[in-house]
Design a protein around this ligand. Sequence first.
Ligand SMILES: Nc1nc2c(ncn2[C@@H]2O[C@H](COP(=O)(O)OP(=O)(O)OP(=O)(O)O)[C@@H](O)[C@H]2O)c(=O)[nH]1
Ligand SMILES: [Mg+2]
Length: 327
Amino acid sequence: MTTDTMKLTPVEPTSSPTEPPIAPLEFRSGIVGLVGLPNSGKSSFLNHVVIDKIAIVSPKPQTTRRRQIGLVNRPQAQIAFVDSPGLVTGEKGLFKYLHQEAREVAEESDIVLVLIAIDTAKKEDIDQLIEFVANVKRPWCLGITKVDLEPFARRIVILEEIARQHKVPCFHLTTERKSHDQSEDVLNHLAKVMPVSPQPLYDTEILTTATLRDLAAETVREKCLLILSDEIPYGIGTQVRQFDESRTSLTKIAIDIWVPKESHKGILIGKKGQTLKEIGSQARRDIEKLMGHQVFLELHVVVKENWQEKNIWMKDLGYVVKTTGES
Ligand SMILES: Nc1nc2c(ncn2[C@@H]2O[C@H](COP(=O)(O)OP(=O)(O)OP(=O)(O)O)[C@@H](O)[C@H]2O)c(=O)[nH]1
Ligand SMILES: [Mg+2]
């Protein structure tokens, strides 16, 4: 055999054609902003997927005021959900702050999960929300919440159409009925589309970055929202004055409840102090559950004249409005 013939001999493949190698699954971790109208079930969804109560929930709109992180850990992913205040419009004070807070959560997210409840009354509100999300220019998907509310079931089709128009995935969500709930599908979807990350963004041992102090103050505010009549709760602010953990089995907590008007003070305290007492005992029970031991809870009602219009006082509660001048 000459060297030339050798060259002409076709070379047999040494093995059969191989499949492309399977890349090892990459770890993904990212920020998912929960954005929606007030009362759409954002905080309830967060508690539902974190499988613990870390965010306060009430039937009254504007329950959430500050962003709060809840973590879901999977072997190949960590999803950091960020709860935000419901989208409101307003140029001043607390309304301006709430709008800014929601906008910042959306802007700082890797993906936005837009939550719209099937019982949302006004189409204009939905249009405004979608426009807001489109302007933020982040990838997003849609969660239709409260799908257990059967009288509104036919609206699911309308909301699904919004997702189709914008070419985004859409999920049915409920905290009430397991069979209708696609929370697990949302988590799987997010775990696949979040950014690749060398490691989790947050400690995998924790459920939230909120401190027990924050959660205690929020719990008292939640009980005010649940127990008080409609007029008062929007003007309630809570501030921890003392958080004494020097005794391991009993934490002493003192919380100030701010009201914007003298006349609200009496309503909050109630006849013979009954209303305040009820707020205190319901809050104490929840805080004890969070801390895993006994709590001594003291509540004080403080009048801070129209605090929701004064940036300097709002700042004391952690509601920071980004403006050049302070009022
Ligand atoms: N039927 C039903 N009610 C729900 C569901 N999810 C939340 N809710 C109720 O809806 C109300 C509002 O829930 P939240 O989780 O506080 O809503 P939110 O969007 O966080 O509200 P804001 O913080 O005020 O913007 C509460 O009374 C919840 O119990 C659900 O899946 N089904
Ligand atoms: Mg909320």
